[in-house]
Design a protein around this ligand. Sequence first.
Ligand code: FES
Length: 243
Amino acid sequence: MAERLLTFDIFRYNPATPEIPPRMQEFQLEETVGMSLFIALNRIREEQDPSLMFDFVCRAAVCGSCGMLINGRPGLACKTLTQDLGEKITLMPLPVFKLVGDLSVDTGVWFRYLNVRTEAWIHTDQVFDPKGLEERMDNPTAHRIYEAERCIECGCCIGACATANMREDFIGAAFLNRIARFLIDPRDERPAAHIFEVVGTDEGVFGCIGLMACDDLCPMEIPLQGQLAYVRRKMALVALRGK
Ligand code: FES
């Protein structure tokens, strides 16, 4: 691979020092073989500017911490190789979420709030027996739940979503996917109508305007539009059957 000199144009702003306005700052770095944005950002911080803020934990597309706008598109920095990008790379924080500083955003507060708002846990009257056998489930159902559970809560679908960028009460694809997960799960004894009281509004399923950026940009390739369609179909059936 011919050696390239990469130019990184990186958003800088620290809410703790509001007297310094937001700006873009340029850094240059020689590309190395197999360089990911994780490696590049760490080298920039170690060699050029120790104050640069960004998040990483797993470096393996598992923890969801490193979502950012890479040349304007949401993506995981640890999963993105510089060889797949041009010589000039623009990095900005994900929109919608609270900015911690530079490329670091707080997705945790947003996801925690929506977990509570959508009651994203199994509702059952059964008493948990820690010594009991695991409840069996048929394979197709377990597979569909697993598909939804692959979400790593990186926030890329939210950052990409036109509705979420316009209205802060929209629960977004990540939570419509979560809702689908509990509608599929036979252990959740909540009447589906109760779920739709929360998500059957413009803040939920009707807020999506179908641009499909969530589906296109999900780093885990979860079929988010399919999940949304499932929630809408299920809602229509509940409305027809009255339960
Ligand atoms: S560092 Fe964990 S997903 Fe990128």
